[in-house]
Structure formats: structure tokens, C-alpha cells
Design a protein around this ligand. Structure first.
Ligand code: CA
Length: 267
């Protein structure tokens, strides 16, 4: 019997949510056709939804698609090697499970991969059984968990990044776009230092060199500031500070709380 990592067992999910039979989506980034096909077949038989990519660039783009549950990543790849794919992916998807596929004996690669944020590795050549067992184990260790509830507050205003809402004490709620919430989350994750436009682009949009697009960031920041300040603009709180020549930073007086999975509504 092959392990069946992709069959979700109803009611035993850690979230307790009934997620019916949505198939797990696994992106397979491997340039060797025979190996890739073998993996895809094994995943398919185990009930997963495999997505194939034969080079690093395509693989990265596929891995960033919504709804991906796990990535199998070869290291020696055309266009972009596996380490770079991993590094780029971690900028935008810090928690997405990744298993690297390494050659026998290459301990350095395994260590480098794990340090770079891979969750596990499988040494080639591997059997379908072994691969699926690893996939199952990694999926079990990393239950589906939405991003932690991140709140940023100052005075009467609290931003709930996960819900993409600004709450004011008087009950007023203002919705944030996905981009605006992502930008705020990124700034909050690096509170105390400036985050460059390029870094924001890479993490929020997943673009690698966005010389042309950096002005788009400025536009979103402007809109964000307007929403955050509101009409009252009491106390002239600087929610987002511009750091000349460096980028943007979260205002120093703001308080950031990251309470994983805990309840929200405090006021
Ligand atoms: Ca390869």
C-alpha cells in the first residue's frame, strides 16, 4: 500500500474545518523528464493534483499560485537553480512546505537547502513509496494555517491585516485591498527598519526586478496613508514613514501584535 498523503481525512484536520475532498496541489519542479513523470504519476495515484515545471523560473511562478499545498524542488535546474527558487519563494510564501530533491552524497546541498528554508529532503534515487511518505509527514507537520492574526494599532485605530480591515473605536470600518494589507504586513514584519520599494515589490507582487513598477508601490502607500489617517487625522500619527533613499518604514509609535490564531476583537 502506498501512503496516501493527498487524501484528506474529514474532521481530523487541525483546524476542525470540514474541507471536504479538495485535492492537495503539489508543484513538482524537476527538469529530468523521467523523474518528473514518475513523481507526477505517484502523486496522481495518491490522489494529489500535481502541477509540473521543468525549469526554475516556471516552477517558481507555479509555486506562487494560489492553492498550492506543497512544492517538490530539484536543486540543479535550468534558468534558475533550486536554491534561488527557494530563496525567492520564501520571500512571498514563508510557510509553504517545500521538500528538496537532492543527489546522493551531496550533504552540503541538503544542509544548504534546509538552512534556506526547505522543510525536508529526499535523496535520489527514491521510490514512490518513500517520496509519498515524506510528503505525508511534511503535510502532517505543517497543517493548513492561515497567516497569523497580525494587528497594528495606534490610539483609536487598529488594523487587522488578516481581515484586511481598519477598525476605529467609533465603530467605523475601512476595508483594505490585498496589496495594501500585504504592504502593511511586510512593513510590520520589519518594524524598526526601512523596507525598500524593490523588496516590497518582490514580496508583495513576487517580481524580481521591478524598476518600472516601483511607482505602483508609491501609489498604494499613498492610498494606504489616506485610509489609515482617516478624516480626523488626530494626533497626526505617521503610520508609514518615508525614509529617503531607502524606502518605507512603519511609524515608530505603532504597536504590532502577532497573536497566532488567537481571537481578535479586543475593543
Ligand atoms: Ca536536475
Amino acid at each position: 500500500m502506498l501512503p496516501t498523503p493527498c487524501r484528506r481525512v474529514p474532521r481530523t484536520t487541525p483546524t476542525g474545518m470540514d474541507d471536504m475532498a479538495r485535492k492537495r496541489t503539489v508543484v513538482v519542479i524537476e527538469d529530468e523528464d523521467a523523474i518528473r513523470r514518475g513523481i507526477v504519476d505517484a502523486l496522481g495515484m495518491a490522489g494529489c493534483e500535481p502541477i509540473e515545471a521543468a525549469d526554475g523560473e516556471t516552477g517558481l511562478a507555479q509555486a506562487r499560485r494560489a492553492g498550492v499545498d506543497l512544492v517538490l524542488l530539484d536543486l540543479l535546474l535550468p534558468k534558475m537553480d533550486g536554491f534561488d527558487v527557494l530563496a525567492e519563494l520564501r520571500l512571498t510564501h514563508p510557510a509553504l512546505p517545500v521538500i528538496i530533491l537532492t543527489a546522493r552524497g551531496s550533504e552540503d546541498d541538503r544542509v544548504r537547502g534546509l538552512r534556506g528554508g526547505a522543510d525536508d529532503y529526499v535523496v535520489k534515487p527514491f521510490s514512490a513509496r518513500e517520496l509519498l511518505a515524506r510528503v505525508e509527514a511534511v503535510m502532517r507537520r505543517t497543517p493548513e494555517r492561515p497567516t497569523p492574526v497580525l494587528q497594528i494599532s495606534h490610539g483609536d485605530t487598529t488594523v487587522h491585516c488578516g481581515r484586511r480591515e481598519i477598525h476605529r473605536k467609533d465603530g467605523q470600518r475601512v476595508a483594505l485591498s490585498e496589496m495594501e494589507a500585504n504592504i502593511l504586513e511586510r512593513l510590520a514584519a520589519h518594524a524598526g527598519r526601512a523596507v525598500s520599494r524593490e523588496e516590497l515589490l518582490a514580496s508583495v507582487w513576487g517580481l524580481r526586478d521591478g524598476g518600472v513598477e516601483t511607482r505602483a508601490i508609491d501609489m498604494h502607500i499613498t492610498r494606504l496613508r489616506q485610509k489609515l489617517a482617516g478624516e480626523a487625522a488626530e494626533g497626526r500619527t505617521e503610520w508609514i514613514t518615508t525614509v529617503r533613499g531607502k524606502g518605507y518604514m512603519l511609524g515608530p509609535e505603532l504597536s504590532v501584535q502577532s497573536n497566532e490564531g488567537a481571537g481578535e476583537e479586543t475593543s
